[in-house]
Design a protein around this ligand. Structure first.
Ligand SMILES: NC(=O)c1ccc[n+]([C@@H]2O[C@H](COP(=O)([O-])OP(=O)(O)OC[C@H]3O[C@@H](n4cnc5c(N)ncnc54)[C@H](O)[C@@H]3O)[C@@H](O)[C@H]2O)c1
Length: 255
């Protein structure tokens, strides 16, 4: 038997939120596994630095900056990725925000911003990439960043939990519709990870204590551990897995 290896050799992966903690870790992991990566985020200078560092390690990396919620931005992103890399085999939707707030105080703007980035943009990036994958006829893989908040309630996160519940149902629905095109659609659902996303909330010691006490395995998850799960789902090892929400949560949601 040949040694087992997880390889994304020559696969083209489009990764949103690539300047963030998890998107960045996934981009580096995919690049190390042989993928050619196309990075997206809000800020051009950050993407340039990240892509430059990857290129210095021999990884082919392109990038485009835009606000993914802007009208037409998802299609423009997919067009740019195809223009630079020739095709898209894998999409990782990692752009996301959270604005913890008491439900009594949530404004219409905060609700809309969270839904627009976490769910609406995820759909339209998937739609644009999905149309390309269907047209090419070679199948594809879409991996959505969900959260344990899609399965359990968390305080101060009415919009966030709602958006991630939506991400789980979006994942299952696209998986069902696009199975006939051999496009598999899955999600990774992390517990709390220490990234810029959570840095501010963990300044609250009480909150940090509550988080650690809620994870049976007793620690937060690392960005690399989330990237491991994304790598598995992106690889040929997971070809028959679709519509699955892969919890990487140290057991939070089994309680
Ligand atoms: N870090 C965690 O603890 C955690 C836990 C569960 C789920 N998640 C999910 O994982 C994903 C990535 O989280 P992260 O920890 O890497 O967060 P992060 O804040 O480090 O990265 C998110 C990235 O999304 C980008 N982004 C935000 N709005 C955008 C917009 N309008 N257009 C383009 N890009 C935009 C940001 O610039 C940022 O670089 C999110 O969907 C988040 O909900 C994170």
């Amino acid at each position: 038997m040949k040694p087992v290896e997880i390889s994304l050799k020559d696969k083209v992966a489009l990764i949103t939120g690539a300047a963030g903690g998890l998107g960045g870790a996934i981009a580096r992991m995919f690049g190390a596994a042989g993928a050619r990566v196309f990075l997206h985020d809000l800020f051009e200078d950050k993407l340039k630095d990240i892509a430059g560092a990857m290129q210095a390690e021999g990884i082919e990396a392109g990038y485009k900056a835009s606000d993914i919620t802007a009208s037409g931005a998802p299609q423009a992103l997919v067009d740019a990725a195809i223009g630079k890399m020739g095709r898209i085999d894998i999409v990782v939707n990692s752009a996301g925000i959270n604005r913890p707030q008491k439900s009594e105080d949530v404004t219409e703007k905060n609700w809309d911003d969270i839904m627009n980035i976490n769910l609406r943009a995820m759909f339209f990036v998937s739609q644009a990439a999905g149309k390309h994958m269907i047209e090419r006829g070679g199948g594809g893989k879409i991996i959505n960043l969900s959260s344990q908040a899609g399965a359990v309630a968390l305080p101060l996160r009415a919009a966030y939990c709602s958006s991630k519940g939506g991400v789980n149902q979006l994942t299952r629905t696209l998986a069902l519709e696009w199975a006939k095109h051999r496009i598999v659609v899955n999600a990774v659902a992390p517990t709390f990870v220490e990234t810029p996303f959570t840095a501010q909330m963990f300044q609250d010691e009480e909150f940090k204590k509550y988080v650690l006490a809620s994870i049976p395995l007793g620690r937060m998850v690392t960005s690399e551990e989330i990237a491991n799960a994304a790598l598995f789902l992106a690889s040929d090892l997971a070809n028959m897995i679709t519509g699955h929400i892969l919890a990487v949560d140290g057991g939070w949601t089994i309680q």
